[in-house]
Design a protein around this ligand. Structure first.
Ligand code: BGC
Length: 768
């Protein structure tokens, strides 16, 4: 854990410059707008440790797989999210000396991420080796209102001398990924143009041939009055710049505004992309910084209007949850069904692929509660559109007749992860696909989704499970062998309880969906099963047979066993682990981890969380105690699930401890890896921890259920929820629940077991 940032409800503040924290801060202070995003790299040159990162949504490169020992079935490539043209850079020279914070003395430094308004700013005073002192102020944002644009304001004031300042804003397309498998350059340079204060670059990814065009349009100001400075342009393949040189007196301020545009061929034709980039950046410059900022802030205000959680009495918890909500909204805005939520979003290279099961298992609940249903539907449609590829993926691994195995990691529907124990074995991901469909229909009531898309996916998933099980003559049960469960600290195990459970449940849910779809639209149903060549008698019968005879390992005392043989392990608990050995994934050899009893992330408990209605409180409690004691939470996706269960069991101390861990995981760097990027998908889990954990939100028979409990430290907490057409503001304070219906649509709520109806624009206060 590393705590160096100040606590504030809306701001993340770093108030001194420590180069050892810089890479972590580059992640934490990242900004984005759903279309593109970037790490908080400095504008001016920096020769210290840095991970340069600018990423464009949906643009990737298939980096040829590198493994020591090739295995049949491995994907040919790993899809990398690409570091693309650096549009942030501004080289600064002061009387000919380059400004570089790793080479001068930093006298004061503040970096601020304003989460309310979506801006990143930096103010510092630096003393150059010549003894000259300068004050620098920089502020930038990537527009949420016009998501192909952004702007950087950068100003400098000499404090103890008259100076000649040289600014060279540039676009640099000659960039690489640090995680490139073969040290390849992923980009081809297509065009470069510069003319006075405007400069443009068009680049193209090799192999995948995505084009990205960037524009910059610069304006300069002396003491806030616009000035014309004679420029010197430079232009070569992949690099364009404009150099501004100006003599200014002590305490005067020279500023440039660098407007930028970032366009990709996902939305523009290759032929017009460069001229479109010109148009977009010129329009931005004509609109001006103030107007762009006002529109951007307004957009953020409306995002917060739906998604904010207000916590009174606990500043750390407040900052933590807003940090999570902020980054989720920067990563995915829900407008484009070709995009998804990558585990690191726009904040780092690791986890190069865009979609994991994280989206379905963790992010869907966040978007369901905070955004209109079309946003979650777009996420479901992303998978629907990749169904053919999932069937192809199944075929590659020997499955037939339309059985689908969705990839563990993908950008375009093809599997691109190549660790055998994950690629081939972590098949539980298929279960998250069906669970997300269930969750979407449960929350929105949109059963039409099943008719139009959902059932088709469910059938393909059920066909997969029906082929993946085998009948054990010894157990007289269906078993699933050779898998990796959510707990990746075990590989190639037999009968992972969670996998078997979700396979069985998927088959059940598919059969329920069949009944619903038949009832809703017999014609569409008949057309579907004809198209899928589905033999109802044979296949449904077999699915029922598996449902009734699935093997689910369980001890006599009601503990579900993570997998066959789990009890053979030396039964240690985490509290006995020497802190020096943690995190074990950084301190222990892999074989030691695999043999140990310690669990990376919720596994059996993930299943209990999904299917809690099937279990008594006593069973949940037993399993929680058993597995929480053995879980090291070294996946960011873990603590949130434990918070929900701990809250259900009224273990509020435990729930609160784990909540802080999930919500401040990156701000306080619990897992010692924030320098690589943020854990975007687990941030949705943090939201889940409050809403499903502390507020006890569930949906039952089309009604919203709440069972609130407030952590001791909090005086109140408030959130909004979009539920079946109504928008509710829900506050828990001093033993009273205040619910305000901010929409016209009436809502029915079950609060602590009692039903209340709240008319449109009405409110209720209930003492509980
Ligand atoms: C977790 C996976 C997860 C992936 C991406 C891994 O560390 O074990 O469950 O899908 O990270 O977030």
């Amino acid at each position: 854990m590393k705590k160096y940032l100040k606590v504030d409800p809306w701001l993340i503040i770093e108030d001194n410059f420590n180069p050892d924290n810089h890479r972590s801060s580059e992640s934490i202070f990242s900004i984005g707008n759903g279309q593109f995003g970037q790490r908080a790299n400095f504008e001016e040159d920096y020769s210290g440790k840095t991970l340069q990162g600018t990423y464009v949504a949906g643009v990737y490169y298939p980096d040829k797989t590198k493994v020591g020992w090739w295995k049949n079935g491995y994907p040919e490539y790993f899809a990398k999210v690409l570091n693309s043209t650096n549009f942030t850079g501004i080289k600064v020279k002061i009387d000919g000396e380059s400004l570089d914070l790793s080479k001068c003395e930093v006298l004061s430094f503040t970096r601020v991420l304003n989460m309310k308004e979506g801006t990143l700013s930096r103010d510092f005073v630096a003393e150059m080796s010549s003894g000259k002192q300068v004050q620098v102020s920089a502020c930038r944002f990537l527009s949420m209102a016009k998501p192909e644009t952004g702007v950087i304001s950068y100003s400098i004031k000499p404090l103890n001398f008259d100076a000649e300042i040289e600014f060279t804003p540039y676009l640099d397309g000659n960039v690489v990924n640090q995680d490139a498998n073969w040290d390849e350059v992923f980009w081809k340079q297509i065009k470069h143009e510069v003319d006075g204060n405007e400069a443009y670059l068009q680049t193209q990814t090799k192999k995948t041939e995505f084009d990205v065009a960037n524009g910059m349009f610069v304006k300069s100001y002396l003491d806030n009055a616009e000035i014309n400075i004679t420029l010197e342009n430079s232009s070569k393949e992949g690099f364009v710049s404009a150099t501004y040189k100006q003599k200014i007196s002590k305490n005067s301020e020279l500023k440039i505004l660098k407007y930028i545009s970032v366009l990709s061929s996902l939305n523009h034709s290759r032929e017009s992309i460069l001229s479109d980039a010109k148009k977009v950046v010129r329009e931005a410059a004509a609109e001006g910084y103030d107007k762009m900022l006002a529109d951007h802030k307004q957009k953020w205000a409306s995002i917060w209007e739906h998604s904010d959680i207000i916590i009174e009495g606990d500043a750390e918890a407040q900052q933590g949850i807003r940090f999570n909500i902020f980054h989720l909204n920067q990563t995915y805005t829900g407008e484009d069904e070709r995009l998804n939520v990558g585990p690191k979003g726009f904040t780092g290279e690791k986890y190069g692929g865009a979609s994991y099961w994280d989206t379905e298992a963790y992010c869907i609940p966040f978007f369901l509660a905070t955004a209109p249903p079309r946003v979650s539907k777009n996420l479901l449609l992303y998978r629907y559109k990749q169904l053919d590829k999932a069937i192809e993926n199944g075929q590659k691994l020997g499955f037939t007749d339309g059985a689908a195995l969705f990839p563990m990691v993908t950008m375009n529907g093809e599997e691109c992860h190549n660790e055998w124990e994950i690629t081939f074995e972590e098949i539980h991901r298929n279960g998250a696909m069906s669970y997300a469909i269930y969750n979407y229909v449960l929350h929105t009531g949109d059963e039409g989704y099943l008719v139009d898309y959902g059932l088709e996916v469910l059938i393909a998933l059920s066909r997969f499970w029906a082929q993946r099980v085998n009948f054990s003559e010894e157990k007289k049960k269906y078993v699933i062998l050779g898998v990796t469960g959510p707990n990746e600290y075990e590989n190639n195990v037999n009968n992972n309880w969670y996998t078997n459970k979700i396979a069985q449940w998927t088959l059940k849910y598919t059969l329920e969906a069949v009944i619903k779809v038949k009832k809703a639209n017999q014609q569409k149903y008949s057309a579907l099963i004809q198209r899928l060549k589905l033999d109802e008698n044979k296949e449904y019968k077999f699915w029922n047979e598996i449902i009734s005879n699935m093997y689910l390992p369980e001890r006599e005392d009601g503990i579900f066993l993570q997998q066959d043989g789990y009890m053979d392990k030396e039964q240690l608990t985490v509290d006995k682990l020497d802190p020096k050995h943690r995190p074990i994934n950084q301190k222990w050899s892999w074989d030691r981890i695999l043999r140990s009893v310690f669990i990376k992330q919720a596994d059996v408990l993930q299943g209990i969380y999904f299917f809690e209605n099937e279990f008594s409180n006593e069973t949940i409690e037993k399993n929680f105690d058993f597995y929480e004691a053995r879980t090291v939470h070294e996946s960011s996706l873990s603590p949130c699930v434990h918070v929900v269960l701990a809250s259900k069991l009224q273990r509020m101390d435990k729930a609160y401890e784990l909540y802080l861990r999930t919500s401040r995981l990156d701000i306080d760097d619990y897992n010692h890896e924030v320098h690589e990027g943020l854990h975007i998908t687990s941030m949705a889990g943090t939201y889940m921890a409050i809403i499903e954990g502390f507020a006890g939100k569930r949906v039952s028979n089309g009604k919203l259920v709440l069972n609130p409990q407030i952590p001791e430290k909090w005086t109140s907490f408030t959130f909004k929820i979009l539920f079946r057409g109504s928008q509710l503001r829900i506050e828990f304070k001093g033993g009273v629940t205040n619910i305000e219906n901010e929409s016209e649509v009436p809502a029915t709520i079950i609060l602590k077991g009692k039903e209340y109806r709240i008319g449109g624009n009405d409110k209720i206060n209930i003492k509980i």
